[in-house]
Design a protein around this ligand. Structure first.
Ligand SMILES: [Zn+2]
Ligand SMILES: [Zn+2]
Length: 148
């Protein structure tokens, strides 16, 4: 089988998404899986460092970055207990590392445009989250100080 774009060059891999045969030049490696140029744009290289910062900024965001939406929402809801938040940061880094090394399938990992939206959403979400937490904390302290 020869490369889809270079009919005279033997293929060394097949795109994970569209199954087109690829030569050495056309092959793009993401999370140890081969992709063609076009399909690689729909994915992103899983980064443990990004997972760490996402998880640090907003509880559960590191899980959403890894494609584990349900776990992410659970950690977001319980993040105010602090312990699930810390667990979430560690978990996000470990899972992102595993995906990046190909030890875990990258299925469900959000495509490139979703990551861009996540990055924009990080600031908004963290402001909202800390705003709510701050309000709860100040209301609680008011209550305990006998403000009501
Ligand atoms: Zn492809
Ligand atoms: Zn080629």
């Amino acid at each position: 089988m020869n490369c889809y774009w270079h009919p005279h060059t033997p293929a060394v891999a097949q795109c994970t998404d569209c199954r087109k045969p690829l030569c050495e030049v056309c092959r793009v490696s993401l999370n140890t899986h081969p992709y063609c140029e076009a399909c690689s744009a729909n994915h992103h290289q899983q980064s443990p460092l990004a997972a760490f910062f996402f998880g640090l900024l907003v509880p559960g965001l590191g899980q959403i970055y890894n494609g584990e939406y349900l776990k992410g929402v659970l950690i977001l809801l319980t993040g105010w207990l602090i312990l699930p938040w810390i667990y979430g940061i560690v978990d996000a880094v470990v899972i992102a590392q595993a995906i990046a090394e190909g030890r875990r399938p990258a299925q469900g990992v959000p495509p490139g445009y979703l990551i861009l939206a996540l990055k924009i959403g990080v600031v908004f979400l963290s402001c909202l989250y800390f705003g709510v937490m701050w309000t709860v904390a100040s209301l609680a302290s008011l209550y305990f100080l006998g403000g009501f």
